[in-house]
Design a binder for this molecule. Structure first.
Ligand code: FES
Length: 174
């Protein structure tokens, strides 16, 4: 596939616009560890549960739709407490999520904007309850470079890589 820099920029612009039109994004970890622990069933359950709750589910961004975008990600980095689910834009981080938890996440977090406390990470030493990865010491000690987008973008949608500047370096070099 040959794309001009202008075409890359158009993909980037559209994808980012469409992403901001959604109300939430639910990112289900589909790295190996979480897959083994059943994250695909969690992903499928979100696709069933969101429409049942009266909301529109979006599995592929194609326009300025207002629904809830459900996507997979690569490894989110804390495999031993998976399956992991991140809710954006709030950055809420849920661990050990099972299909039976999905309805509660949709009703409590997506619809009411509240936390499902039993799914939050608790730091073993301090017993601190952490809402997002920015509060978890395991993540606070990390600084990612090459894998900066791993665990965030959908590895099955090349447009998201482009939307984060992918392939643009070749254009910059011309
Ligand atoms: S596979 Fe999900 S956190 Fe690593």
């Amino acid at each position: 596939m040959n794309l001009t820099l202008m075409e890359l920029n158009k993909i980037k612009e559209n994808f980012n616009l469409w992403q901001t039109a959604t109300s939430h994004r639910i990112v289900v970890c589909a790295g190996t560890g979480c897959l083994v622990n059943g994250s695909l069933k969690v992903y499928e359950e979100f696709q069933k549960c969101i429409p049942k709750s009266g909301l529109d589910v979006i599995v592929e961004l194609k326009g300025e739709d207002k629904g809830v975008h459900v996507s997979k990600s690569g490894c989110q980095g804390f495999c031993q407490i998976g399956p992991l689910v991140t809710i954006l834009p709030e950055g809420i981080f849920y661990r050990s999520v099972k299909p039976k938890d999905v309805e509660d996440i949709v009703e409590t977090t997506i619809k009411k904007g509240q936390l499902v406390h039993r799914l939050l990470y608790i730091e073993p030493g301090t017993k601190k309850v952490c809402k997002g990865t920015d509060e978890i010491p395991f993540y606070q000690k990390q600084r990612r470079f090459v894998l900066n987008n791993c665990g965030v973008i959908d590895p099955e949608d090349i447009r998201e890589y482009i939307a984060r500047g992918g392939y643009h370096a070749s254009g910059d070099g011309v």
